[in-house]
Design a protein around this ligand. Sequence first.
Ligand code: PLP
Length: 516
Amino acid sequence: MDREQIYYQSTRGEGGKVTASQAILQGLAPDGGLYVPDHLPKLDVPTAELAKMHYREVAFEVLKLFLTDYTEEELHHCIDSAYDAKFDSEEIVPLKKADGLTYLELFHGATIAFKDMALSILPHLMTTAARKNGLDKEIVILTATSGDTGKAAMAGFADVPGTSIVVFYPKDGVSYVQKRQMITQKGANTCVIGINGNFDDAQRGVKEMFGDKALAEKLAAEGFVFSSANSINIGRLVPQVVYYVYGYAKMVAAGEVTDGEPIDICVPTGNFGNILAAHYAKCIGLPVRNLICASNDNKVLYDFFRTGTYDRNRDFILTISPSMDILISSNLERLIYESCGAAKDPAAAAAKNRALMAELSSTGKYAVIDEMTSYMKDFIPGFATEQETLEEIRKVYENAGYVIDTHTAVAAYAADHYVAGLKESGEKVLPVLVASTASPFKFSRAVMHAIDPEHFSDEEAAPEEEWGVVDALSALTGLPLPPTVTEARSAEVRHPGTAEVSEMQEKVEMFLKRHK
Ligand SMILES: *Cc1c(COP(=O)(O)O)cnc(C)c1O
């Protein structure tokens, strides 16, 4: 096996280079930066061949380019363990053409949201990394969640030997279905606790545990080591590159685009992980013209790409696309670092990036220079208000009989708006691939309200009524309820526990004692 080696280095410049498996075990770099590849590989399989491949085979072709210290056998093992019957579609990622756009359905995994794409393989990449690096301890994943990530992480890590996972969620800050999904989680190595506080409180508690050296030593003596399944882990980012390559190849196969002709990609964006993966796909050679970055009312990124100023000093708005309610898009740092000229001079780029990130943490904002803006000119900002999001769901349903979720609708609206702009200015219209990030069943209330506002209000109701909304959506679409929804409805509650923020550490230690 003769593969060109890729190493990972921090966007803040310290600590030198590490292998992919080391970067995956560590998550965040020790200097607080994000790991990035020291150079970007090139896709070396012709599209015509990719077009004939199963998702697992495309995954192998992409992962082997980035995770170069994993053997081919190790990669096959990880891929086969992740993209299997947990997905309710044999294709893993089906494509649907509807109302002028092509949807890449990323929600056929265990928890029916796109986070499953990365979190179903991360546990295997991590346990393999542990073995490769001679780590003899059990990996304990600590996560604070505002709803989607925690459940997807648990579904990924449940019953994976050599790991356990503890999830904290704000007791009164997640939707009814999300809460049911979490407290019914199976797996002897899982632990879920509702916190008396909001998401930030839970997040702070987790960060404190990560930073506590005495705790780390105590747990190490008992055979445990903490790790994180956060979206900044390159073990989450790299698996997301796969589906853009796969999507393009399938569009070629379907005759929607000729081999080599570019497409535009539109992504509903929060933490900037998913769209950054699309950017990486472009960098390794996928024919992509523009990346449309779609935001909801929390449009920090929209403003950034328009003005060159990132400013988080604004009200946090709760929307019907909650997984995009974010004011600090962590993964943007990787693009900032690139735009500072990292390809030519990594040390100088890291220094510039460090200064900008220090400004962000002290003042809540920073401005980039023209050179950087022009580096990112293929990122086209778009956004949809709450009303526009609802209207888009209704429009797509009425025109095509296709039901999309609220997050996907933000992207669909932005894509339509973008295409209209191209037509107006006489620019070439290319096929648009839209990342469809959640099943409509996950956000049934808002979706039914969009389609049938007379019968469905936008107010959450009593639990029995919430299940009624899910049933109505099933009747409308003719689609069966996804297993995760049926399970959340009927499975026994396994994790009734709640705690104060001050008790979080004690809860973790108690769980690990019992679990041992
Ligand atoms: C997490 C999430 C997003 C945002 O993805 P980022 O990678 O954070 O930009 C969009 N839609 C859904 C349904 C999500 O769960």
